[in-house]
Ligand binder design. Structure first.
Ligand code: WTA
Length: 658
C-alpha cells in the first residue's frame, strides 16, 4: 500500500548557532553507510570511550542468533560509570540532579527542591548498596522490584542495585496492584521498594495501599522498604515492611561498596512492556551494549556538555526515564532536572517556569505534552524566559507538524535543532534521530530523521523486501546493535517469535514507517495491538482482560483511535452477558474495573455496547475491522469475516453514542 506523503518545507537551522556541523543529507548518508558497513568495528570504537574494568575480547558474539552478545569478555559496572567516575574528577561537587517537588507556595514557587551533587549521589548509592547487600543479604543475580514516584530515591535504588549486580525491575507508579503483582512474580523479586504515597496534581496516590493488595499474591517478596514521601500513616506489616529512613540511618555516610565486576552481557534490568498479545514481556537489557548506546546517543543526539542543564520530562517508570534520566545523563556527568509531578500543575505554565527557573538548555519531551501545552495558548509560554534552550527533542509517538512548529517557534525561536527521536523499550536507546551533536542535516517537521550512525533500519513489505521511497511498510532493523535486548525474561522462545521470525535475520519492530526520498524516516504508528495513550504503551490485550473481569462483560475488543491531544485513546466495544442491559451506570462500573485492574493510566475513553464483534471464522476478534469502522477508514479485506452484520453493529453503536 502506498501513501502520498506531503513533505513539508525544509527547515534551515540557524547557521549562526550551528554552522560547523551543517552537512547535506547526502554527506551524512555517505558517513552513515561507512559506519554500517563496519558496524562491529564502529561500535567497538565507541565502546572504548567508556570505562571498562577489563576490555572485551570479542566485539560481537553472533554465534547463536538472535541471542547476540556485545563486548564479550569485557567487565564494567553501570553504577561505577554513573557515579564513581565523576567523583574521581572535577565533577565531584557538580550538581547531578536538581529535583523539584510538585507542590508550590502561594507565590507559585516550588516548596521543595533537592540538589544532589555527584558526590552526594555517590554516597547515597553506596549506602543503599550496603543496605541491600549487607542488611538484606541480596546477591548478584537476585532481583528486586521498585514501585516509586518521581523522587531521588528512585534513581538511587536503581544505581545501588546495579552496583551490586542485583537486577531490578521498575514498575511505573500509575500501574495497579494486579499489574505490579504480575511483574513481581515474573521477575521473582525478593524485595520491593515503595513509598508511603506520591503526589499527583496535589492529590496523594496511595502507593502503599496498592502494594499491600499486590503483595497478597507475591510469594517471592520477603521484604518491603517504604520511603516516607507523604508522611501519612500507612499500614506497615510487621517483619516485612520497614521505613527507609529507619533502616538507612545507621549506615555511615562514607561507606564504600565495591562495584561488582559485571560481565558486559550480564543483565542490568528487566522492564515490562506491552506487546502483540498476551501478558507484558520482560525485556532484559545488558550492561556493556546498553551503556555504549546511551553514551553515543547522549553525545550525538543531545550534544550533552558540562554547562548544560538537561531536562527529560518523562517518568523513570518507562524506558525513556531509565535511559535518558538515569543511566545516560548521569554517565555523561550532566546536570539534570528531575520533576516530580504534572507538567501543567498547578497552572498550565509549570513546565515553562521550570525551564526559566533552572535555565534549561536541553529539553526532551513528548508530543502529548506539547499538544496539551498548545491547548492553553501561547501566553503562558511567553510570560517566561526560555531563551536558554538550545536543543530539543520529542519522543514516544509520532509528532504532528503543528505541534512541532508550535514549540519550535515559541521555545525554539525558529533556530534550535528539534527532532523526534524514534526508539522503543526493546532498543534500549535512540536509533533513528537527528544528531545535532555530530552533524546537522536539514529538519522537516514531523520526521524522525535519518538513522543514527552504525544502525541500519529499513522499511519492507510483507515479504521482507525493501519498499520504494515514500511507500509505507514495516520498520525493521537489519543489524544487531548495542543496547538490543538480551531476551524476554524466562521466555527466549517468545523473544525469537515476536521479534525475529516475521522477517528472518531482521528485528521486527512492529511499527509502520515511510522512508522518504532523502532517506529520512517517518514512523507512523504501531502495526499491532499496542496503543500509545499519551505516549504510554498499553496492550489492548491487557485492557480487554480487565474488561472481561467485570461480571457483566462477556466479550470485549479494545482499539486505539486518534485523539488530538493524547495521540490515541482506547475505545472499548463490549458484548454484555445475558441479563444485563446497557446503561450509563454500568459503563462507569466497567470503566472502574479497568482502572483497578490495570491502573489509572488505563482510562478507556468510550465504551460501546454491541451484540456482535467482527471475528474470523476461527473466532479471533478482528480489531483491524473495528478500528477501520470507528475511524471511518477503508475496512479493507473482510473475506475472512464470519458475519458481516457485526460491522453494521459497530457502526450503529458509534452513531447511537453521539
Ligand atoms: C512509538 C518509547 C514515532 C513507536 C521510547 C514505538 C514513536 C513505540 C517515537 C515504543 C517517535 C516512540 N515517533 N513513534 N519519535 N518514539 N514511538 O517502548 O510506535 O514505550 O514502537 O518506547 O513508541 O514505545 P516504548
Amino acid at each position: 500500500m502506498s501513501v502520498t506523503w506531503a513533505l513539508p518545507f525544509d527547515q534551515k537551522i540557524n547557521p549562526k548557532l550551528n554552522s560547523n556541523r551543517l552537512v547535506s543529507i547526502n554527506t551524512y548518508k555517505e558517513i552513515h553507510s561507512q559506519t554500517v558497513k563496519d558496524y562491529k568495528q564502529f561500535w567497538a570504537s565507541i565502546a572504548s570511550e567508556i570505562d571498562w574494568f577489563k576490555p572485551w575480547e570479542k566485539t560481537l558474539d553472533d554465534s547463536n542468533p538472535p541471542f547476540y552478545k556485545w563486548f564479550v569478555g569485557g567487565e564494567l559496572n553501570a553504577s561505577y560509570l554513573t557515579v564513581d567516575r565523576h567523583v574521581k574528577s572535577w565533577r565531584k561537587n557538580k550538581v547531578a540532579i536538581i529535583w523539584e517537588g510538585e507542590s508550590v507556595d502561594e507565590k507559585g514557587n516550588p516548596k521543595e527542591v533537592r540538589k544532589l551533587t555527584y558526590y552526594d549521589l555517590y554516597r547515597e548509592v553506596n549506602r543503599v548498596a550496603y543496605l541491600l547487600k549487607e542488611k538484606y543479604g541480596l546477591k548478584k543475580g537476585d532481583a528486586i522490584a521498585i514501585y516509586l514516584p518521581m523522587i531521588p530515591e528512585l534513581p538511587i535504588f536503581m544505581l545501588a542495585a546495579a552496583r551490586i549486580g542485583v537486577i531490578f525491575t521498575v514498575v511505573f507508579s500509575g500501574f495497579s496492584a494486579d499489574a505490579l503483582a504480575n511483574r513481581i512474580n515474573d521477575a521473582e523479586a525478593k524485595l520491593l521498594v515503595t513509598a508511603d504515597g506520591g503526589w499527583r496534581r496535589g492529590k496523594v496516590v496511595d502507593l502503599k495501599g496498592i502494594v499491600d493488595k499486590a503483595l497478597e499474591k507475591t510469594p517471592t517478596i520477603k521484604d518491603v522498604i517504604v520511603v516516607r514521601r507523604i508522611g501519612n500513616k500507612v499500614n506497615m506489616v510487621e517483619g516485612r515492611d520497614k521505613y527507609f529512613d529507619e533502616v538507612i540511618k545507621d549506615i555511615p555516610q562514607n561507606v564504600y561498596v565495591e562495584p561488582e565486576r559485571m560481565k558486559s552481557e550480564d543483565p542490568l534490568y528487566i522492564l515490562y512492556t506491552s506487546g502483540t498479545t498476551g501478558k507484558p514481556k520482560g525485556i532484559v537489557h545488558d550492561i556493556g551494549g546498553y551503556m555504549t548506546l546511551l553514551h553515543a546517543t547522549m553525545k550525538w543526539v543531545f550534544d550533552i556538555r558540562d554547562d548544560d542543564i538537561y531536562w527529560c520530562t518523562a517518568d523513570i517508570g518507562w524506558v525513556t526515564g531509565h535511559s535518558y534520566i538515569v543511566f545516560g545523563p548521569l554517565m555523561e556527568g550532566a546536570t539534570e532536572i528531575m520533576y516530580e509531578g504534572a507538567l501543567d500543575y498547578p497552572q498550565p505554565d509549570r513546565w515553562v517556569s521550570i525551564i526559566e527557573r533552572y535555565g534549561i538548555t536541553i529539553l526532551y519531551t513528548s508530543p502529548t505534552a506539547i499538544r496539551s501545552f498548545m491547548k492553553y495558548g501561547d501566553n503562558w509560554v511567553k510570560a517566561h524566559i526560555t531563551s536558554t534552550v538550545r536543543l530539543m527533542h520529542s519522543v514516544g509517538e509520532p509528532i504532528n507538524p503543528e505541534a512541532w512548529e508550535w514549540l519550535w517557534k515559541l521555545v525554539g525561536r525558529e533556530e534550535v535543532p528539534f527532532g523526534s527521536t524514534w526508539w522503543m523499550t526493546e532498543t534500549g536507546g535512540i536509533l533513528i534521530s537527528h544528531l545535532p551533536g555530530l552533524y546537522l542535516v536539514p529538519m522537516k517537521p514531523g520526521t524522525n530523521g535519518p538513522p543514527i550512525l552504525g544502525i541500519e533500519p529499513d522499511v519492507v513489505n510483507e515479504d521482507g523486501k525493501q519498499v520504494n521511497p515514500e511507500e509505507r511498510g514495516y520498520l525493521v532493523i537489519k543489524n544487531p546493535w548495542p543496547g538490543m535486548p538480551l531476551t524476554i525474561y524466562k521466555d527466549p522462545e517468545r523473544y525469537v517469535k515476536v521479534y525475529w521470525s516475521r522477517f528472518p535475520g531482521m528485528f521486527y519492530v512492529g511499527d509502520y514507517a515511510v522512508k522518504d526520498k532523502d532517506g529520512y524516516f517517518w514512523i507512523l504508528g504501531r502495526t499491532d495491538e499496542v496503543i500509545k495513550v499519551a505516549g504510554h504503551r498499553l496492550g489492548t490485550y491487557e485492557l480487554e482482560s480487565a474488561l472481561i473481569e467485570h461480571p457483566a462483560v462477556a466479550e470485549a475488543a479494545v482499539i486505539g483511535v486518534p485523539d488530538p491531544v493524547k495521540g490515541e485513546v482506547p475505545y472499548a466495544f463490549v458484548i454484555l452477558r445475558q441479563g444485563y442491559t446497557p446503561n450509563a451506570q454500568l459503563s462507569q462500573e466497567i470503566l472502574k474495573t479497568v482502572r483497578e485492574k490495570v491502573g489509572p493510566i488505563a482510562t478507556i475513553d468510550k465504551i460501546f455496547f454491541v451484540g456482535k464483534l467482527p471475528k474470523t471464522r476461527s473466532g479471533k476478534i478482528m480489531r483491524r475491522v473495528v478500528r477501520a469502522v470507528a475511524t471511518r477508514a477503508e475496512v479493507g479485506d473482510i473475506t475472512t469475516l464470519e458475519d458481516e452484520a457485526s460491522v453494521e453493529e459497530i457502526k450503529k453503536a458509534l452513531e447511537e453514542f453521539k
